[in-house]
Design a protein around this ligand. Sequence first.
Ligand code: ADP
Length: 173
Amino acid sequence: MNIEIRKGDITKVHTDAIVNAANSKLLGGGGVDGAIHRAAGKQLLAECRRLRETTLQDGLPAGQAVATDGYDLPARWVIHTVGPVYAKTKDKSDILASCYRESLRVADELGAKSVAFPAISAGIYGWPMDSATRIAVDTVLAADTQVGTVVFVPFSEDAEGAFQEALRTSRDA
Ligand code: ADP
């Protein structure tokens, strides 16, 4: 698998699929979720509403993933996943790792060969960047998937450095 780190706005990335750090309601929100909905256009929200009325009436649980079209985005699909809210007193690393694994599983179902990820849970959900990016890189490298290219899209220099360090140390290992 080819792994790239490309700092910037994930809504501009031309991979087959981009991953959205959504919330369980799946109806848009702040951070990267808001940016993706703005860039994809209203049809994305309409498809999310249909999912909520049919297969996801209780919302999307943390650690799971579901696909929609990408509409006005350069990416053909959006894979929505819900990261865990960070909690000092409870280790939710398994749920965060599951976001990456399940997103790649959905990508395989779609036939997507390239997938871009933001730093899931590392914004509003409060996960420390170093830990979030390490879980991201380790889980993707260990995944059994047909996806050939994964692009991590840090939104800040801080996040970019954390992804680079996680990749460097995992490859050393
Ligand atoms: P969560 O609720 O899972 O923490 P956020 O959207 O708040 O999700 O943040 C996840 C990460 O995505 C943060 O590091 C944030 O800086 C980053 N981010 C926000 N907007 C974008 C964007 N347009 N492209 C890529 N990453 C983004």
